[in-house]
Design a protein around this ligand. Sequence first.
Ligand code: MEV
Length: 342
Amino acid sequence: MPQQLSRGEPGSTKTREAYLVRARAPGKIILSGEHFVVLGASAVAMAIDFYSEVEARPNDKSGVRIGVDVPLRFLARSDRASRVIDSKGFLEPLRIAAEATLDRIDRPTQGVDLNVDCEIPIAAGLGSSASTTVAIISAVSKSLGVELGRKEIFKLAFIPEGFLHGKPSGVDQATCIYGGTIRFKRPSSVRPVKIQNDPLLLLCDTGIHHETKTLVGSVVKKSKTEKGHFRDHLAQACEISRGVLKALKTGDMEDLGSLMSLNHELLQRIGVSHPKLDRLVTAAKRAGALGAKLTGAGGGGCIVAVCSNTKSREKIARTLRRDGGTPYRISRDLHGVDAQFT
Ligand code: MEV
């Protein structure tokens, strides 16, 4: 149940019940099980230190206004360059997230101003929509004096995520909400994963954007027409996720790497890879990665590679940049979504 915050928080003597709130949520990568998680397998996902930030300020008008003065930025960490994108397609789910939250807290006609700043590359398999969505839900509700629990945010996030992705499993929003590493089997089965050592990861963006809805739809369709093959694929996906969990728990990075490479081959077989993803995966392994795979829906977007040490990671990054990718060093986010009064 959502908790009503006491009036006057934080430190205010007025009976105001609406405040400026700033929320932040991480992006995500999937270490194993994407697509198959939609069909019932487990996925292992990790929140990463790429963030979206949302400011919410209730006003005395009606409707949700999303600030256009704050551009949605892609911050390429490697060269500190930023570029502004046409954000129209990105804004609608954000509006839906805010409106669903207002409905949920029984304030459907309340006006809210939102400023959204997203440093997570969009349509690249990194959970930019899930991240901004859960940050909006947290910010909007808290700015109106209602603290929604994580389970409540998770449920609400299906509304904008469903609008954007069709029938998502929920793994993206769960990762952005809880942070850390999770095993996700279905919405009612989300578990944190204790890991021995943080894997040293390198992300690399192909620069090719994809549409998750189309890719997920094509896999679901294939799973119905190629039942026999998919039974085997699903069994292999489950086994890979079990192995990935074990490798994370024991800190066996070599095992983790080979299982991720195996997972990439499986994703190739169901048709969600892309020649540039395959090229970057091969290049990363040749340059010394312990393993690599596409992450997220595929069809473009990013690969994630496991590296044995920082020197090797630098070498792999140089190789991938030469091959036309944009590499990013990433670490695990431990906190998930967080909203604070400002
Ligand atoms: C997208 O990040 C992960 C997919 O498995 C879709 C989903 O689980 O909703 C491709």
